[in-house]
Ligand binder design. Structure first.
Ligand SMILES: Cc1cc2nc3c(=O)[nH]c(=O)nc-3n(C[C@H](O)[C@H](O)[C@H](O)COP(=O)(O)OP(=O)(O)OC[C@H]3O[C@@H](n4cnc5c(N)ncnc54)[C@H](O)[C@@H]3O)c2cc1C
Length: 304
């Protein structure tokens, strides 16, 4: 066995939201081969398991987790001829900065998004009108006990969605393909985006990023659209933050969880927040938006 099982590990420090109880058995793994070995072992031992990565988009349960939890974090990447082969656990920030350094265009708009490449693939992470799917060539997965590649079409990417939210594939490695860009321009774009992001995400903030997904304008009917100010539609989407601010949620609080007083779609753990408080507050916010706009908000975060 090339891995170490740790017992009774607190989950809260492993997520950016800093919420969650204790996991009975925990393993951290870097390499895809290591992950395959753990899965084979867990299957042999009849141990149910769950996987997470950077912990920047998950809300762990207050009662902790009885199943084995595997954190896929770390690993290697190698680039050649505008193609990058990346282990799932590599930090997205590292890959963004490597590609920019090579003068490869495609990920610069994702500058500053925390978490791993694997996590980004699951949620088709993105920002400022772009998403990681634009540079995905193929993804190596573990499907049960079968290791295989699935191509971009099979990933079924759409706004914050992918096949990985529907099927229990484990992402092992990702192959990304870039356009040739201008290094100075890419660096400039990246710096500007990081500056904009710092306005929303203050240093040390305990949050999981945007809580709810934005609404795709073309999914709404005429009556729903009538109540939306047209200039609020950005990149074809109605920001959930706009809807939430219209129903006056800024600064609302349940226990230790507060909605930022400067952004309606930002749940902040003020120190002792719990997952049950998060769920309670989310339900109140959904009710308010449904009542005023007839629109159903959907979580971008994932309850683990
Ligand atoms: C301050 C802040 C800002 C953010 N800004 C953005 C933003 O601008 N745009 C955006 O899209 N997101 C944003 N996010 C959310 C988050 O960073 C992304 O969703 C990120 O891609 C999640 O990656 P992760 O490694 O942390 O995944 P985790 O949170 O660890 O996991 C997310 C999901 O992926 C699954 N998963 C992870 N790795 C694997 C794997 N190898 N195989 C199978 N399943 C796996 C987990 O089971 C879980 O369901 C932000 C978060 C924070 C805290």
């Amino acid at each position: 066995m090339n891995f170490k099982v740790q017992n009774n590990i607190a989950l809260a420090p492993l997520s950016t939201f800093q919420i969650g109880g204790v996991v009975r058995e925990y393993i951290q793994v870097e390499s895809p081969e290591g992950l395959v070995e753990i899965v084979e072992w867990a299957n042999e031992e009849n141990k149910p398991f769950r996987v997470f990565a950077g912990g920047s988009n998950v809300v762990f349960p207050d009662e902790g987790v009885q199943d084995l939890v595997v954190q896929v974090k770390g690993g290697k990447y190698a680039g050649n001829m505008r193609e990058l082969v990346v282990d799932a656990g590599v930090d997205l920030v590292q890959v963004v900065s490597y590609s920019i350094g090579q003068g490869w265009k495609g990920l610069e708009s994702l500058s500053g998004i925390p978490g791993t490449v694997g996590g980004a693939i699951v949620g088709n992470a993105g920002a400022y009108g772009h998403s990681i799917s634009e540079v995905v060539e193929k993804v190596e997965v573990l499907d049960g006990d079968k290791r295989c590649f699935i191509n971009k079409e099979e990933c079924s990417f759409s706004y914050r969605e992918s096949v990985f939210k529907q099927k229990s594939y484990l992402i092992l490695r990702v192959v990304l393909k870039f356009e040739l860009g201008n290094r100075e321009e890419l660096e400039k774009t990246s710096k500007e985006i990081i500056k904009k992001r710092e306005v929303k995400y203050h240093p040390g903030i305990k949050c999981p990023g945007s809580f709810f997904k934005n609404i795709i304008a073309s999914d709404l009917n005429e009556e729903q659209l009538r109540n939306i100010e047209k200039n609020k539609i950005v990149y074809g989407k109605i920001p959930a933050g706009y809807l939430l601010e219209e129903v006056g949620v800024k600064g609302m609080r349940v226990g230790g969880i507060e909605i930022a007083d400067y952004h309606g779609n930002l749940f902040i753990n003020k120190g002792n927040g719990t997952a049950s408080q998060v769920k309670k507050l989310a339900a109140i916010l959904k009710d308010k938006v449904r009542e005023k706009f007839g629109i159903e908000l959907e979580e971008e975060i994932r309850y683990f």
